[in-house]
Design a protein around this ligand. Structure first.
Ligand code: NAD
Length: 349
């Protein structure tokens, strides 16, 4: 049976497992809070369901608890940071905090972060920047399993490479666009598979490169031992953006690109190129605020298309989910919950 838990209760249980897996109490809390915030935001794919994978990665040595970032190059507005395989929820936040400070000092900052363990919901980092009135762009690659097929390709060659853009809107809630460049996030296929739901047509190909709606093709080994693949969103355009994320997040950061067959390692490493810009230092603050608000108001005046809830701005669905789930609790499906419990038993929690 699935469970419904208040955010705090879920965070406490998850933190206990992460602590038993070797994290300090503070690190366990920080990672657990980040995962629960992803669930609260409506992204169960990047929430507490990641815990079994993190525990396995720690046990295999691919994820190093209690590890801080290492700054390899500090040239003021240019930062190159090694995540040292520490929790992305920790080293990613450390790196962004430094980049935000530098963007304030210099007007902008280019952050190249490599070798971070799973950064989770990339919107988290954009939210850190927009909370301080800064614009942030993030290009991220994923080193775990090549689960996304190139446009017109027949098997998985790269990861779900997320892209995220955060823009503060004066006196209003920010624009936070944050998405995987696969048609859906891999984790959403895990959730669908666990819940026995089919995927939308056009989302997946099977082990033989043929279209399928079975999310299991990217979750469990198939008849011949291989996997199917997710398709990129937006045909050749989304595919191109996914490749840009690999080239910027993987190659330019030196974190590494994916160019080998799948292995069974449980660690998920992310590379992230982040650009943080201070509109005040750019000298456009007043125009930026006025023009952005004028545009958003104009956009929102569009009449709702029949049968829809009307025009939303990126970031809004997550805020709506947070309000609803903070009130009603977070539902963890039965399969995910039993996997989390099994992970807890593995480390004696
Ligand atoms: P998604 O398909 O749900 O899209 C989310 C984005 O679209 C959000 O910015 C949301 O505000 C916006 N949006 C949704 N509905 C909208 C509407 N009606 N109008 C306007 N905007 C709307 O997200 P996804 O692709 O499933 O990604 C989920 C999460 O997974 C993201 O947080 C992403 O960072 C994360 N992710 C992480 C990794 C990693 O390796 N760390 C890999 C892939 C994805």
């Amino acid at each position: 049976m699935g469970v419904t838990l208040a955010p705090q209760a879920l965070e406490t249980r998850v933190a206990a497992i992460l602590q038993a897996a070797g994290s300090s109490a503070a690190e366990a809390r920080q990672v657990a809070a980040n995962l629960v915030l992803a669930n609260l935001s409506g992204h169960d794919s990047h929430g507490v369901g990641m815990v079994p994978r993190y525990v396995d990665a720690v046990l295999e040595g691919g994820l190093q608890p209690n590890t801080a970032m290492r700054v390899d190059l500090d040239a003021g507005a240019l930062l190159r940071v090694d995540g040292c395989r520490g929790y992305g929820q920790v080293v990613g936040v450390q790196a962004m905090e430094l980049a935000i400070t530098r963007a304030r000092e210099h007007g902008s900052c280019v952050l190249a972060l490599g070798n971070a363990h799973h950064l989770g919901r990339i919107g988290h980092f954009a939210e850190m920047a927009v909370a301080q009135g800064l614009v942030a762009l993030h290009f991220v690659n994923v080193l775990s399993r090549p689960v996304v097929a190139p446009f017109q390709g027949g098997d998985g060659r790269f990861g779900t490479n997320p892209c995220c853009i955060g823009v503060p809107l004066a006196g209003r809630e920010p624009f936070v666009l944050d998405f995987a460049t696969s048609r859906v996030a891999q984790g959403k296929m895990r959730v669908a598979h666990n819940e026995g739901r089919a995927a939308e047509p056009g989302t997946l190909i099977d082990e033989d490169g043929r279209p399928t709606t079975d999310p299991g093709v990217v979750v469990v080994p198939q008849a011949r031992g291989g996997y199917g693949a997710l398709l990129p969103f937006g045909e050749h355009k989304g595919y191109g953006l996914a490749i840009a994320c690999e080239l910027l997040g993987g190659a330019l950061t030196a974190g590494g690109t994916w160019h080998r067959p799948a292995d069974s390692a449980r660690a998920v490493l992310n590379g992230m190129l982040a650009l943080v810009i201070d509109p005040a230092r750019l000298g456009t603050q007043a125009a930026f605020e006025a023009e952005a608000l004028a545009f958003v108001d104009w956009l929102r005046a569009s009449p709702a298309a029949p049968g829809t809830e009307g025009v939303l701005l990126a970031g809004e669905p997550e805020r709506q989910a947070r309000a609803q789930r903070a009130r009603d609790g977070i539902v963890v499906d039965a399969a995910t919950w039993s996997e989390i419990q099994a992970a807890g038993r593995k480390v004696g929690a």
